[in-house]
Ligand binder design. Structure first.
Ligand code: ZN
Length: 304
């Protein structure tokens, strides 16, 4: 999102002054300084694995999932490397967690015990790059109801705060890899969130085990990857329509529900397309009093 000549930044039809923009970004990312530095178009994030018990298979898979569609590169530190800021993969306790983004002079700790799923690895790497949870977005009240009066598990009281985020024109995504499931945080396994689009009630936070189009678009926008690619592709503005964006190879990454090389055909909005794709999960099953169980029930997911 490059500033215009007068220093203001245009998002959709809203122009932010430099000061407004920085303060909004600060609220979204803690601080602009939470972004890892970018050199020659690559956001290089050095890392070290302090605990050899951290699953390298899941870690490598999560690295390549992010790297394949962004300009972020995770690179293992050599013994001689003397970075002050890097990701340190550790195991402390049983909760998957991560610090948010880059902090000058500090190590970003990513805690990945063996109970963390492959999805949780991708989620925590999202935090380590600066992403926050989807349900903290400034526009979340148009998409979910955060239920009040819930008895939260310790540490969850502040997890549902409304943050004054700037969302880069990227739509709210129930299937974001950064979205919690609908009962996360409740001491008594009650709902903590209701989906205003009821199709996503049981699907929120579950519906994609993969990093979604909007997750990638957010990272590529935050780190200006797309702007660099547009320049390299000799494009003055992004030719990709309907929420698509230009990738490294100059083709368009298109959201679900669109078609055409430039995502120019809006066949269905994203939520409709996603709900349709997932309809076999939401089909009504009629049983005659049979007991239905699901393997991980009632444990929601191994994510922090
Ligand atoms: Zn998280």
């Amino acid at each position: 999102m490059p500033p215009r000549e007068d220093g203001s930044v245009l998002v959709g039809d809203i122009a932010y002054s430099t000061e407004e923009w920085e303060s909004l970004l600060a609220k979204n990312l803690d601080s602009l300084k939470k972004l890892w530095p970018k050199t020659n178009g690559v956001v290089n994030i050095p890392y070290k694995i302090s605990n050899p018990e951290v699953s390298t298979a899941k870690l490598k898979g999560a690295f390549s999932a992010w790297e394949s569609k962004t300009c972020v590169k995770f690179s293992k530190m050599a013994k001689s490397d003397k970075y002050m800021e890097y990701l340190d993969f550790v195991i402390t306790g049983t909760t998957c967690s991560s610090n948010i983004g880059y902090t000058k002079g500090k190590i970003t700790s990513v805690n990945l015990p063996s109970s963390c799923s492959f999805k949780a690895f991708k989620h925590e790497l999202g935090h380590s790059m600066g992403l926050r949870h989807e349900m903290n977005r400034s526009d979340r009240d148009k998409h979910i109801i955060v239920i009040s009066g819930v008895k939260y598990k310790p540490g969850f009281d502040s997890q549902f705060a409304l943050m004054n985020t700037i969302n880069f024109d990227i739509p709210y995504d129930y299937c974001s890899i950064m979205h919690y499931t609908d009962k996360v945080g409740s001491e008594n396994y009650e709902h903590t969130m209701l989906a205003l689009d009821a199709r996503f009630q049981t699907l929120m936070g579950w519906c994609s085990t993969n990093i979604t189009h909007w997750n990638y678009k957010l990272v590529n926008t935050m780190y200006n990857c797309t702007d660099d690619w547009l320049k390299a592709c000799k494009q003055e503005s992004d030719p990709c329509k309907n929420g698509g964006y230009t990738r490294k190879d100059c083709s368009c990454a298109c959201p679900l529900g669109t078609s055409g090389d430039k995502c120019e055909n809006l066949d269905m909005n994203y939520n409709d397309a996603m709900a349709k794709k997932l309809s076999y999960y939401t089909a009504i099953i009629k049983t005659s009093g049979a007991k239905v169980t699901s393997p991980d029930y009632p444990k929601p997911s191994g994510m922090g």
